[in-house]
Design a protein around this ligand. Sequence first.
Ligand SMILES: Nc1ncnc2c1ncn2[C@@H]1O[C@H](COP(=O)(O)OP(=O)(O)OP(=O)(O)O)[C@@H](O)[C@H]1O
Length: 314
Amino acid sequence: MSAVHVEDLSRRFRGRKGQEVTALDAVSLRVEEGEVVGLLGPNGAGKTTLSRILTTLLLPTSGSARVEGLDVVREATAVRERIGLVLGGERGLYGRLTARQNLRYWGAMQGLTGSHCRTRADELLERLGLAARADDRVETYSRGMVQRVHLARALLRNPRVLIMDEPTSGMDPHAAQGFRGLVEELRDGGSTVLLATHDMQEAQLLCSRVTLIDHGRILREGAPKDLLTGLDSPRTVTAGGVSAVVAGAVAGIPGVAVEGPTPEGLVTLRVTGDDAVSEVLRILTAAGVHELSVAAPTLAEVYRSIIEDREFAL
Ligand SMILES: Nc1ncnc2c1ncn2[C@@H]1O[C@H](COP(=O)(O)OP(=O)(O)OP(=O)(O)O)[C@@H](O)[C@H]1O
């Protein structure tokens, strides 16, 4: 049994002008127990809609979704006990309450009672490094601290599955790194995580598999490294000490886009295809250029090329 099993799930909305908007279009995916899977897509791709359906906040139009084998529509109460939603940004917390008050409030809303609720809130404040500021209002917290309160809220009932919707959006890089460390700890402790993000680097760092989604449809899925090798995305060649004549010669090779040379002779080339890479390296080395590096495409580049291909296909 998969921790999350989504099959042919669709959700349509009525748009402002009465037109139909398809937020999810026959989406199927599985997340196995203990996996961290990334749901990657640009704004409006359908990530939040899927997160809301899985956490029983929204009904699907058709198809099914199960969490730990339980149907999110027919067994919604049992699903809620097993799943935690980690939101990003300002949604879902009371800024005028302290972290401790927020957690006790949300604990009570989730059915935790009396002393159990208080003890659980205290444990989480300690575990997530919030104890020293637990009695300050959340509105005085940094973005990274707010995010830890979000995570604490999601962990109140010790759920086995966590859905994270853009959890690091708006964080500075240091805070985002700290938050990712917490996700790694959860993963190492056996939690299952579906992480909706548009941050490719984050997905590459945390996820064993990623699913690319756009316009409500799954475009591709696989391990980040397989997505990187499965496509003919451009590689980046940087070279120093390149004359304008040599830069002009490599620019003439099909599949090569050139930036530069800068006044210092630095060029950056985006090269698509193995043959083009070999030809570029041959010309540059023959011209005596030795300051050379070739970088594989990043997940961000792969993602961009998939999304662009799709735009052209539409
Ligand atoms: N309540 C709603 N009423 C009408 N349309 C909606 C509603 N909720 C979402 N949509 C539309 O469904 C599509 C998918 O939205 P969704 O919020 O799931 O995307 P997302 O991938 O989470 O994007 P973002 O990163 O911007 O939150 C968008 O076109 C959006 O405008």
